[in-house]
Design a protein around this ligand. Structure first.
Ligand code: APR
Length: 240
């Protein structure tokens, strides 16, 4: 099976030299937890392109629409059916059993890595369960709806919108520079800078996706298929 073959190969390649690992995750890893991806069939929201709702200009033009978009996503994330899947759990296992540092950089704004028990998770695109003050920049945890009347009325979702700078750039650069293996899971490779991370790691790289993507050619190897099915097999082989 592909995941085992690639896992065995990476294990042999790294030998006893166990370098730090960096893992980039995208919407595909949470798809099997019931959260829809951005660019698939469910990529439209109420007739809007997601890019047209997730932007500072959309917030200026129609804040209620933008608040509502994130309120629905927050409610969905907190619904009883949404929970971490076998792929999130496999990454937690890798983090706890690999002898060197394993950093997860996620483009996802959900908290499924944390719910699976992972630590050292960098949320480069923000977090759905946090809000940010428009004036002071203060960030606080928030599990309820948020709108223009929340608290003092000056709060927005703690989400990086199109056209805004990603978060935690220093920690990301440091992790990429020190890594000797790069895994990329469930991302279409269409949004930069994340889509370019594969070029910043010295060492092999593996892409996990149900289909080939815009950046597949940049990887040393690929495992085609569901992350929840294949990642546990790969991690098992890598840890042998
Ligand atoms: N297992 C593995 N991969 C999967 C699975 C699965 N079960 N289901 C879907 N995928 C893959 C799809 O083939 C696709 O390549 O996940 C990818 C999801 O792509 P996008 O929806 O574009 O999500 P992502 O790449 O994370 O988007 C990046 O764009 O809209 C912005 O800020 C938003 O963080 C997001 C960023």
């Amino acid at each position: 099976m592909e995941a085992k073959r690639v896992g065995d190969q990476m294990c042999r390649h790294l030998g006893s030299n166990r370098p730090p690992i960096v893992i980039l995750t995208g919407a595909g890893i949470s798809a099997e937890s019931g959260l829809s991806t951005f660019r698939g069939d469910g990529g439209l929201w109420a007739g809007h392109r997601v890019e047209d709702v997730a932007s500072p200009s959309a917030f200026d033009r129609d804040p209620d629409l933008v608040y509502e978009f994130y309120n629905l996503r927050r409610r969905n994330l907190l619904s009883i059916d949404v929970k971490p899947n076998a792929a999130h759990k496999a990454l937690e296992r890798l983090q706890s059993e690999w002898s060197e540092r394993v950093t997860i950089i996620t483009q996802n704004v959900d908290d499924l890595h944390e719910r699976a028990g992972s630590s050292n998770v960098i949320h480069m695109h923000g977090e759905l369960l946090k809000i940010r003050h428009l004036d002071s920049g203060e960030v606080r945890s928030w599990n309820d709806d948020c709108d223009g009347s929340t608290l003092d009325g000056r709060w927005r979702p703690h989400i990086v919108w199109f056209g805004e700078a990603i978060l935690e750039t220093a920690a990301i650069s440091e992790a990429l520079m020190s890594a000797g293996l790069f895994l990329c899971i469930g991302t279409a490779g269409q949004v930069y800078p994340a889509a370019g991370f594969v070029h910043e790691v010295a060492g092999p790289s593996v892409e996990f996706n149900i289909q080939r993507t815009a950046i597949s050619k940049s990887f040393t190897d690929a495992v085609l298929g569901s992350a929840a099915e294949h990642l546990p097999i790969f991690v098992d082989a890598l840890l042998k």
